[in-house]
Design a protein around this ligand. Structure first.
Ligand SMILES: N[C@@H](CCC(=O)N[C@@H](CS)C(=O)NCC(=O)O)C(=O)O
Length: 219
């Protein structure tokens, strides 16, 4: 199995999901850092026509969109399996992954996470408190719904980690770095415990912003 190349920016939660999945699989991979501000120009725009990260390259096969990448990795590298066999559990996994993309990222993390974490850290921006406050009602709905979907199970699709956990954990870990997390997690103890469980995994510890920045510097 030849090496996987991940085009990514340190700090990207979507990129971290790909790296964490490769770590869970014990796969050999290389990070190819994309400099912020260069994603809408060549060469990156030829890899990703929407100018985003991550992009996976495998034996010349280029793939963007994190869910597609995670499913490709799970099919190419079957052990350990990260998709449940049971159709209902697999449907819960798919549902949680779509909640991540459509509701947690869009309108919550791309506002609150951006203004609290990425903007200040990467661009030296001051958080836009009005935008953050406007995103909070949706953020409450999303966090409460994720806690409801998780319920008493250890992971989103049951007893074992799946692609849903690996997609959601980097996003929620981002939100957990903001002061808003105290309100968003209040009453959602199961989500906090799940995030602690995920953050304790070797795959998540190997792919923190700092660790990915180290990989980028070494590339
Ligand atoms: N739907 C895409 C979303 C990827 C995405 O939004 N990535 C962010 C970083 S976490 C990005 O590249 N943002 C750059 C930009 O919007 O300019 C996926 O699933 O891969």
């Amino acid at each position: 199995m030849s090496e996987f190349v991940v085009y990514n920016i340190p700090g990207s939660p979507f990129g971290r999901a790909v790296l964490a999945t490769l770590e869970e699989k014990g796969a050999s991979y290389r990070l190819s850092p994309v400099a912020p501000g260069t994603m809408r120009g060549e060469p990156h725009i030829s890899r990703h026509p929407f100018g985003r990260v991550p992009v996976l390259e495998h034996n010349g096969f280029m793939l963007y969109e994190t869910q597609a990448i995670l499913r490709y990795l799970d099919r190419m590298l079957p052990a350990p399996p990260l998709t449940p066999k049971d159709p209902k559990a697999a449907a819960r996994m798919d549902q949680a992954m779509n909640v991540n993309d459509w509701y947690l990222f869009q309108g919550v993390n791309n506002i609150i996470g951006f203004h609290r974490v990425v903007g200040p850290r990467v661009m030296g921006l001051t958080p836009d408190e009005t935008a953050i406050a406007a995103a909070m009602p949706k953020a409450h709905v999303v966090c409460n719904e994720l806690a409801r979907l998780l319920g008493p199970q250890p992971y989103f699709a049951g007893d074992a980690v799946t692609l849903a956990d690996l997609l959601l954990a980097p996003q929620l870990d981002f939100l957990a770095q903001t002061p808003e997390w105290a309100q968003l997690s209040a009453g959602n103890r199961n989500l906090v415990d799940w995030l602690d469980r995920m953050n304790a995994r070797a795959s998540l510890r190997a792919t923190t912003w700092e660790r990915v920045a180290d990989m980028a510097n070494a590339a």
